[in-house]
Design a protein around this ligand. Sequence first.
Ligand SMILES: CC(C)(COP(=O)(O)OP(=O)(O)OC[C@H]1O[C@@H](n2cnc3c(N)ncnc32)[C@H](O)[C@@H]1OP(=O)(O)O)[C@@H](O)C(=O)NCCC(=O)NCCS
Length: 140
Amino acid sequence: MKIRKIELSDFDDLYELWKEAGLDMAEIEREKREFEMMIELNPTSSIVLEQKARVIGSALGIFNGRRGMIYHLALEPKWQGKGYGSLLLKEVEKRLQQRGATKFNLFVSLENLKIFPFYEKHGYSVMSDSIVLAKDLWKK
Ligand SMILES: CC(C)(COP(=O)(O)OP(=O)(O)OC[C@H]1O[C@@H](n2cnc3c(N)ncnc32)[C@H](O)[C@@H]1OP(=O)(O)O)[C@@H](O)C(=O)NCCC(=O)NCCS
């Protein structure tokens, strides 16, 4: 097993992996555009996990100058439940911290609340003093 930083050329493999892992995703054009911009702005803090040169996991770490945001933490289903998600989460947190982040935020879809105990074990809790708002400019 090897963790390395994400490359632009990983997108096609990752898109398949994210679908298989059941992530809540945007349409492919949007995912790709955002993936490319994300790497340009965060070249060191997004990672993949490889097994025999095949990508089996990912974690996107984005630092906006204030918070570290973590997206698309996912493993191929057959590699889940073996500790690799914890490994990826710790590594992406370390990389974000090295860039200056002192607090991490992430989204868990309401349809995926079963995963909450995983994050709780890693020190995350539900923000009880805020709600998340969004305004979407993506044209379909
Ligand atoms: C979320 C995910 C990355 C976690 O990685 P993982 O390798 O499966 O988790 P780990 O093996 O490191 O598990 C660590 C702990 O979390 C718990 N856990 C993991 N997945 C869980 C689940 N689906 N439900 C409840 N607990 C879970 C495990 O019981 C484990 O606890 P233990 O060490 O006391 O046994 C992985 O399950 C995954 O890819 N899920 C599908 C995609 C997804 O939902 N991503 C999160 C988006 S917010």
